[in-house]
Design a protein around this ligand. Structure first.
Ligand SMILES: [Zn+2]
Length: 114
C-alpha cells in the first residue's frame, strides 16, 4: 500500500518539475500548402507543386480557437514551447491524481490521539 509520505514525495517532485519548466505555450502546429493567383504557376501544374509549407499554430484559449502564422525561423522555439506545455499538463495531472489519493488516504486513516 502507498504510504502518505510516498504520495507527498510524488507531489513535491511534480511541483519542482513544474517550477523548472522553460517557456511554454499551448497549441499544435500544422503545415499548409497554398496555390497563388499567378497564371501558369507551378502550383497549377499537373501534378501541382503548391507553395509552402507554411506553418500555423492552432490553439484554443478561454473558449476561443485561434490561428497564428509561425515563421520557419521560430519553428524550433515554438515546438519546444509546445512540448513544455504538454509536460506541464502531464505534471499537473500527476499532482492532481496524487492530491486526490492523499486526501482520500488522510480521510480514511483514523487520526491518532496523543
Ligand atoms: Zn503559385
Amino acid at each position: 500500500m502507498t504510504s502518505e509520505a510516498d504520495i507527498v514525495r510524488r507531489i513535491e517532485r511534480a511541483k519542482k518539475a513544474v517550477a523548472s519548466l522553460g517557456d511554454l505555450r499551448p497549441g499544435s502546429l500544422s503545415e499548409q500548402y497554398n496555390t497563388c493567383g499567378t497564371p501558369n504557376c507551378r502550383c497549377k501544374a499537373n501534378p501541382p507543386q503548391r507553395h509552402g509549407p507554411y506553418y500555423q499554430l492552432n490553439y484554443t484559449r478561454h473558449g476561443r480557437s485561434r490561428t497564428e502564422t509561425v515563421h520557419p525561423e521560430h519553428l524550433a522555439q515554438v515546438r519546444s514551447e509546445i512540448r513544455n506545455y504538454q509536460k506541464l499538463q502531464a505534471l499537473l495531472d500527476e499532482w492532481i491524481d496524487a492530491a486526490i489519493e492523499l486526501d482520500r488516504l488522510r480521510r480514511t486513516t483514523p487520526k491518532r490521539s496523543t
